[in-house]
Design a protein around this ligand. Structure first.
Ligand SMILES: [Zn+2]
Length: 141
């Protein structure tokens, strides 16, 4: 049975992630502190600066190579981490007529997919977040 993980800093429920995503997203200088045998999670509370944590270790967002789309709503944050396709690039693509994921991928020439498990900080596919970003941008015009 899966047990809900709790962020050690803010105390809110967190999302369990593949350790591959932790290794990919944590800065080089902290890599040695990642015990691959432990369960790892990520805090999704935007107000909390904890990023990945295990039973014995806690990293902050400052220990990451990337910004987290669910904690940072600025334009230079990736939405698709496989392609390093940012929120701002999606907005720009929509401004220029793109209406679907395919449109945006063609427009930006950023169409790498399939590495979600290790690159996306939630270890999951960005599809729904990508679609939401497109529809939010469409609704703004
Ligand atoms: Zn937290």
């Amino acid at each position: 049975m899966e047990i809900i993980q709790i962020c050690p800093k803010c105390g809110l429920p967190a999302v369990e992630v593949n350790v591959k995503a932790v290794r990919f997203n944590i800065i080089e200088a902290q890599q040695a502190l990642i015990n691959v045998k432990n369960k790892w999670s990520v805090c999704i509370n935007p107000a909390c600066d904890c990023s990945n944590f295990s039973k014995t270790r806690e990293f902050s967002t400052a220990n990451l190579n990337v910004s987290l789309f669910f904690k940072d709503n600025s334009d230079n944050v990736p939405i698709c981490y496989c392609s390093n396709l940012t929120r701002g690039e999606i907005k720009e693509a929509v401004k220029n007529g793109c209406k679907s994921i395919d449109d945006v991928q063609n427009y930006t020439k950023k169409d790498i997919t399939g590495m979600c498990e290790e690159r996306n900080p939630l270890s999951k596919c960005c599809r729904n977040v990508f679609l939401k970003t497109i529809s939010d941008s469409l609704n703004k015009d």
